[in-house]
Design a protein around this ligand. Structure first.
Ligand SMILES: O=C[C@H](O)[C@H](O)[C@H](O)COP(=O)(O)O
Length: 253
């Protein structure tokens, strides 16, 4: 079972109401306290991870961190890191990553995650599974009773015959009332298809019921030809930092 530590926000919030973005920033700054000079760092993607990347750059410029090498998990984070002057590399040159810091769409009580509602799950999973330590940063709205409870579980698929793959994905989870939907740029049901950094498509799975054993579900998805990767990150997070109105909670695997 994950161990849990709690701490008050600093300075203590009293009746202060913090916005969701402020909570994301608090979690991100807390995670960056674990970064040490000389580390190879996985740089996450999304509105929470963005704060961590900003903070790492700030500490580099202040000389409080030195010799950091960043491995970005998306083209967007790559652009952000380049614009902030963070030295970058990739997994080919740096196959072992000391620490990755990234957000998540859902976190369950066993620190299993859903990621990829921003579309970056494949590069995130490649980099975060090459990490010695993976710190997940979330505001408390991301905590769920079970994976898939709050919305889409994304699956990256090859464009070739995507409807066939979408139908097979939906059929796999008939028992959980699954509806599989191709992702579009406007968030709707038509228009321009959303294309990932790897030129693939995303099929989002919406479940009406709990999918049951996550490893079984994961294996079943990955067995389908046409699937590249899915957004369940099982047993990967080593620490989850949750920022909420009452303070920070740190859950360690
Ligand atoms: O594809 C997107 C990534 O998995 C993000 O880490 C995830 O969607 C969380 O993003 P945010 O911090 O913006 O909620």
């Amino acid at each position: 079972m994950p161990s849990i530590e709690s701490g008050a926000l600093s300075p203590p919030p009293s009746p202060l109401i913090l916005s969701q973005d402020e909570l994301k920033k608090i979690a991100a700054y807390k995670a960056v306290e674990s970064v040490q000079s000389g580390m190879v760092l996985g740089l996450g993607t999304g509105s929470t991870a963005k704060h961590a990347v900003d903070r790492i750059a700030e500490l580099l410029h202040q000389g409080k961190l030195k010799n950091i090498i960043g491995i970005p998990t998306s083209k967007k984070t790559h652009q952000q890191a380049v614009s902030l002057g963070i030295p970058l590399s990739d997994l080919d040159s740096h196959p072992v990553v000391d620490l990755a810091i990234d957000g998540a769409d859902e976190v369950d009580s066993n620190l299993n995650l859903v990621k990829g509602r921003g579309g970056s799950l494949l590069r995130e999973k490649m980099i975060e599974s090459a990490c010695k330590k993976f710190i997940v940063i979330v505001d408390e709205s991301k905590l769920v009773a079970h994976v898939g409870a709050s919305g889409a579980m994304p699956v990256e698929v090859v464009p070739f015959c995507w409807k066939f793959t979408q139908n097979r994905l939906q059929s796999l989870f008939d028992y959980a009332g699954c509806v599989a939907k191709l992702r579009f740029n406007n968030g709707g049901e038509d228009g321009e298809i959303f294309v990932t950094d790897n030129r693939n498509y995303i099929v989002d799975l919406f479940f009406k019921k709990d999918v049951g054993d996550l490893k079984t579900a994961s294996d079943a998805i990955l067995r389908l030809a046409g699937v590249v990767e899915h957004g369940m990150f099982l047993d990967m997070a080593t620490t989850v930092i949750v920022a909420g109105e009452l303070g920070i909670t740190i859950k360690n695997k």
